[in-house]
Design a protein around this ligand. Structure first.
Ligand SMILES: Cc1ncc(COP(=O)(O)O)c(C=O)c1O
Length: 368
């Protein structure tokens, strides 16, 4: 065993972009309740989703999310299968029929895929495209081309692969704003009333994989096509309270535990302070480093996914390998961009980031 490497059975620092680290206290709580949930004689995994016990878990989770995100009564909270990619189809299938047009800001892979998917159902116009900068930037408000006849304006609030994050909510006049917040939901306070629809795959800041949370303005939900599959219809999901069929019961239960944990951290406001301080540790180090450099433009840096590299692919690979051996897992960048990426979602403790920076400093001394 190498010095500094984790002992077998020890938990390591997991910088995975998703599915991602969950708080140890949440995992322990789930483990404690695994076989017999609060004396009811069965696991949450084994319960009927219509049972009284499960419905109370479901309702409490929804109520906690509503409170923590200050979701106004104008908006519905939905739990839907299929992750975030399902929403790339659900958004146009529910909304593009309003006018037939939609304006998409393409700031990375996931918004590009979403725009491509929407083209099947209507006319998609590109409101902004950051490809020329290698998706290292975020467009300014003045650069967004949004037309008044758009059914909606769509953007991805945090670009998981490129490590960029929108620092503002676009002002689009009367055009509803749709946001993919898969990788930064619950890390910043939001004025939900400014959004038509927010959706997020849960496997980063919320729960184990298997679901997306959708927060939708009720007034927008009646423009689906006659051929929109019922399982993708926001209206049908609202009417059935997210139980058109068996919901991802255990994932919802885990989300409930995560929300209790988030509350203990001071809610979304508390988390916003914690995550900014955490990201600063890493960015400050990168700015002072002679070996590593951040990939994203400074003004666009994500507090959730920190992308960085050295000047050589071989050295990048050595770093990722050495880091893994020392107990810092999943630091290799996405295959599309190479380099490194540290995903430091809500559940990554500050100590994990501080220890990573110590390791990077040591690597720099030895390889710089
Ligand atoms: C911002 C963003 N949107 C969408 C997705 C796709 O998510 P899913 O795998 O849940 O479909 C991801 C996955 O990493 C993502 O980071």
């Amino acid at each position: 065993m190498k010095v500094g490497a984790p002992m077998p059975g020890e938990r390591i620092y997991n910088f995975s972009a998703g599915p991602s680290v969950l708080p140890l206290s949440v995992l322990k709580r789930a483990a404690g309740e695994m076989t017999n949930y609060r004396g009811c004689g069965m696991s949450v995994m084994e319960m009927s989703h219509r049972s009284r016990v499960y419905l109370s878990i479901f309702e409490e989770t929804k109520a906690d999310l509503k409170r923590l995100l200050s979701v106004p009564d104008t908006h519905e909270i939905l739990f839907m299968h299929g992750g975030a990619t399902f929403q790339f189809s659900a958004v146009p299938l529910n909304l593009i029929g309003r006018t037939g047009y939609a304006d998409y800001a393409v700031t990375g892979s996931f918004s590009a895929i979403a725009a491509e998917e929407a083209r099947k159902y209507g006319v998609v116009r590109i409101a902004a495209d950051t490809e020329a900068s290698g998706h290292t930037t975020i467009p300014a408000q003045s650069e967004l081309r949004v037309s008044g006849d758009a059914s909606y304006f769509y953007y991805c609030a945090n670009n998981t692969i490129y490590g960029t994050e929108w620092k503002y909510v676009p002002d689009t006049g009367d055009v509803p704003v749709i946001a993919d917040m898969s990788s930064n939901i619950l890390s910043v306070p939001l004025d939900i009333s400014r959004f038509g629809v927010i959706f997020a795959g849960v496997q980063k800041n919320m729960a184990p994989a298997g679901m997306a949370v959708v927060i939708a303005d009720r007034s927008l939900l009646d423009s689906q096509f006659p051929y929109t599959p019922k399982i993708m219809s926001y209206r049908a999901a609202v009417d059935a309270d997210s139980m058109l069929n068996t919901p991802p019961c255990y994932t919802i239960y885990m989300l409930g535990l995560m929300l209790k944990w988030l509350e203990e951290q001071g809610g979304v406001e508390g988390m916003a302070r914690i995550k900014s301080a955490k990201a600063k540790i890493l960015y400050d180090f990168l700015d002072g480093s002679g070996l590593f450099r951040g990939c994203a433009a400074e003004a666009a840096r994500s507090d959730m996914n920190v992308t960085f590299r050295t000047d050589g692919e071989e050295l990048d690979a050595k770093f990722a390998k050495d880091a893994e051996a020392a107990g810092f897992a999943n630091l290799k960048g996405h295959r599309k961009v190479g380099g490194m990426r540290a995903s430091i979602y809500n559940a990554m403790p500050s100590e994990g980031v501080a220890r990573l920076v110590d390791f990077m400093a040591k690597f720099e001394r030895e390889n710089g």
